[in-house]
Design a protein around this ligand. Structure first.
Ligand SMILES: NC(=O)c1ccc[n+]([C@@H]2O[C@H](COP(=O)([O-])OP(=O)(O)OC[C@H]3O[C@@H](n4cnc5c(N)ncnc54)[C@H](O)[C@@H]3O)[C@@H](O)[C@H]2O)c1
Length: 438
């Protein structure tokens, strides 16, 4: 019985997709003495992990070595799925060039594992996606791809393979909430799947919240991220109004935060970044079309947040103009590539857009970010740049703070620069005519 094996930590756990979500999850299971196998199509990641090395800054090599002591290993061989008791899928769910869900990583994964799944196994999808994915996409693909005709167990019956959805709630860079303290939502295809998934996550999370269906769990994750996306858009819009009115939005937010109920603080910035907030809401907008429904809040928030790098560009132009300079021909240093403070993730980062916009306007752009020695080519950018040391700041016509890494000495940066454009309120408390906040 899988439930008993899970309770005794005898179940073997397979994690597919060893990225920002999958690798920490694998380590969490290892900490609880589960024997974990990580699956990834990226041979370089597999090799590094098996050498005891990490490729995520906040995960130290020692944590990999420790996990190896309880049997952790990585592989690209999907046939080994057959040896697992539980399999968790954590592969990317980006948008395609038409801003529509790209489920190809999920479907490819399910097609790769379908021939190897077996009776009694538990398969859980953790990748963020639209409601209906688990039951409408994952289940049929698993059943179709299994040569033995294995079915997905439904209801309370225990025969077949068990399938569930459980959203990931990782908050990179947040050291205040420990991973095992983040409550885990679980929605199973049937009661047996829900119970098994709950039993599995209870061994690594303090609190597991079962919901009635995978679709409820899928929608829960989207609600959480849409809530953030819409509220960030709201403060981004109010920031623009406040600037026209000569009011400091950050002072307003700090004052509003003192209300002990009914208000949660969100902060304006140069635009959204990361693999979640700029992307996930559009998974729902796309699905809504099937129901002839327009998600207006999501659209509006997407518009406002998407315009923020252009808003920053305008303010850089104005700031340079006040110094009798133009963007064209200026030498500009962008501080921070990561999409948020103190992390090594630049996916969808507004810095990348701002750098490209500045270059398009004829600026010579350099960047500094302690987390990225170089930046090459990604899905939406092609920069080919190398980190510039944080020195001789006077040589730049403007220094733009796009990511407020805590390792920066902002007072020193302001002292040494000709002009600082601050998009994050990182220079709070520093009074200088050189600073333009936007
Ligand atoms: N990063 C976050 O903070 C975060 C938070 C919550 C939810 N999520 C969601 O979790 C999912 C994974 O995100 P992530 O940030 O870990 O992505 P990631 O890009 O860091 O990692 C994904 C990993 O999957 C591997 N991979 C891709 N296709 C594969 C395949 N067919 N088989 C095996 N491995 C494959 C990649 O090589 C990579 O190592 C996404 O759906 C994302 O929306 C991410």
């Amino acid at each position: 019985m899988l439930k008993r094996k899970l309770e005794l930590r005898e179940a073997r756990v397979g994690i597919i997709g060893l990225g920002y979500v999958g690798l920490p999850l694998a380590l969490l299971f290892s900490e609880q003495k589960f024997r974990v196998t990580g699956f990834d199509t990226d041979a370089a990641k597999v090799e590094k992990l098996n050498d005891g090395r990490s490729y995520i800054v906040r995960i130290h090599d020692a944590a990999i070595a420790q996990a190896q002591k309880t049997g952790f290993k990585a592989t690209s061989q999907f046939a080994e799925i057959a040896e697992m008791d539980a399999v968790i899928i954590c592969v990317p769910t980006p948008l395609n060039e038409h801003h529509e869900p790209d489920l190809s990583y999920v479907t490819r994964t399910v097609e790769s594992i379908a021939p190897h799944i077996r009776e009694g196994q538990l398969i859980v999808l953790e990748s963020t996606t639209y409601p209906g994915t688990t039951e409408e996409v994952v289940v049929p693909l698993l059943e179709r791809g299994n040569p033995g005709g294995l079915r997905v167990a439904q209801g309370a019956e225990e025969t077949g393979v068990h399938v569930a959805f459980s959203p990931e709630r990782e908050d990179p860079g947040n050291d205040m909430v420990k991973r095992h303290d983040i409550p885990k939502i679980v929605g199973g295809c049937g009661q047996a799947a829900a119970e098994l998934a709950t039993a599995m996550y209870c061994s690594i999370f303090k609190r597991v919240i079962p919901v009635s269906t995978p679709a409820v769990a899928e929608m829960t994750k989207l609600l959480e991220n849409i809530y953030r996306c819409v509220n960030i858009a709201l403060v981004n819009e109010l920031k623009q109004l406040c600037m026209k009115m000569g009011i400091d939005i950050h002072e307003v937010i700090e004052a509003a935060k003192t209300k002990p109920f009914g208000f949660q603080a969100f902060y304006p910035g140069p635009g959204l970044g990361g693999h979640c907030i700029p992307i996930d809401p559009f998974y729902l907008s796309w699905k809504a079309k099937e129901f002839d429904f327009v998600t207006r809040f999501i659209q509006l928030a997407g518009e406002i947040n998407g315009e923020m790098p252009y808003f920053v560009l305008e303010h850089i132009a104005d700031a340079l103009n006040a110094h009798r300079k133009s963007i064209n021909g200026s030498k500009i240093l962008v501080l921070g590539l990561a999409y948020k403070r103190d992390i090594d993730d630049l996916r969808e980062s507004p810095s990348l857009t701002i750098i490209e916009l500045l270059r398009d306007k004829g600026a010579t752009v350099c960047y500094n970010d302690p987390y990225f020695p170089t930046v090459g080519r990604g899905r939406h950018y092609d920069l080919n740049m190398t980190n510039t040391p944080l020195e001789d700041l006077g040589q730049y016509d403007a220094v733009i703070i796009v990511t407020d890494h805590s390792s920066y000495d902002y007072r020193k940066i302001v002292e040494e620069s000709q002009l600082v454009v601050d998009t994050r309120n990182a220079t709070k408390g520093i009074a200088s005519p050189k600073i333009v906040r936007c």
